[in-house]
Write a protein that binds this ligand. Structure first.
Ligand SMILES: CC(C)(COP(=O)(O)OP(=O)(O)OC[C@H]1O[C@@H](n2cnc3c(N)ncnc32)[C@H](O)[C@@H]1OP(=O)(O)O)[C@@H](O)C(=O)NCCC(=O)NCCS
Length: 162
């Protein structure tokens, strides 16, 4: 089983590699340009105490990462956050994503969040199942808001009340 802990600078190479694989090969993220280590360093530093970045470690290697991010910088949204979960392609389908999301929900509650939002691009059954099993409900869809790999893609909004 994976062990979960806060991410550190030492995890950034693995976090970046996992994210860049998803950028290259999936519509899970609407980023289209791979991220540099420097970019991810700034990204990690920008995550304050209420919006942690965590990793799942298995056999001494980072098998996946997850984070909470602010939903908006407008103050009235302060207790609403968004989750992200990315698992290394070789470790998917073995419970790592579920463990990361459960820990993010625990931290969100601990940090006084009221609700967590997930944006899931159409055509990602693994993420839909992951979020459904964690108690998220699909509350809407934004049609054809992204264009990647030459096609238009909708984004579902899922929400978990805490
Ligand atoms: C989505 C993702 C994070 C799920 O993590 P994972 O470790 O593979 O998922 P788990 O093994 O914990 O499985 C979680 C649930 O999803 C189901 N699932 C996993 N892969 C699936 C697939 N390819 N198709 C359908 N269901 C799937 C599991 O059966 C499990 O269901 P359960 O709750 O009924 O037991 C992972 O596939 C991933 O990193 N994908 C690319 C990035 C991504 O899509 N991130 C989410 C962006 S919104």
């Amino acid at each position: 089983m994976a062990s979960l802990r806060p991410a550190t600078q030492a995890d950034l190479a693995a976090i970046t590699a996992i994210y860049n694989e998803a950028i290259r090969n999936t519509t899970a993220t609407f980023d289209t340009e791979e991220k540099s280590l420097d970019d991810r360093r700034a990204w990690l530093a920008g995550h304050g105490p209420r919006h942690p970045v965590i990793v799942a470690e298995q056999a001494g290697a980072v098998a996946g990462w997850g984070c909470l991010s602010p939903w908006s910088d407008r103050c009235a949204y302060a207790d609403t956050c968004e989750d992200s979960v990315y698992v290394d392609a070789s470790s998917r389908g073995r419970g790592v994503g579920a463990a990361l999301l459960a820990e993010l929900l625990r931290l969100a509650r601990q940090n006084g969040m009221h609700t967590v939002i997930a944006r899931i691009a159409d055509g990602n059954p693994a993420s839909e199942k992951l979020h459904c099993s964690a108690g998220f409900e699909r509350v809407g869809v934004m049609r054809e808001v992204g264009r990647k790999f030459g096609r238009l893609i909708g984004v579902q909004i899922w929400q978990r009340m805490l």
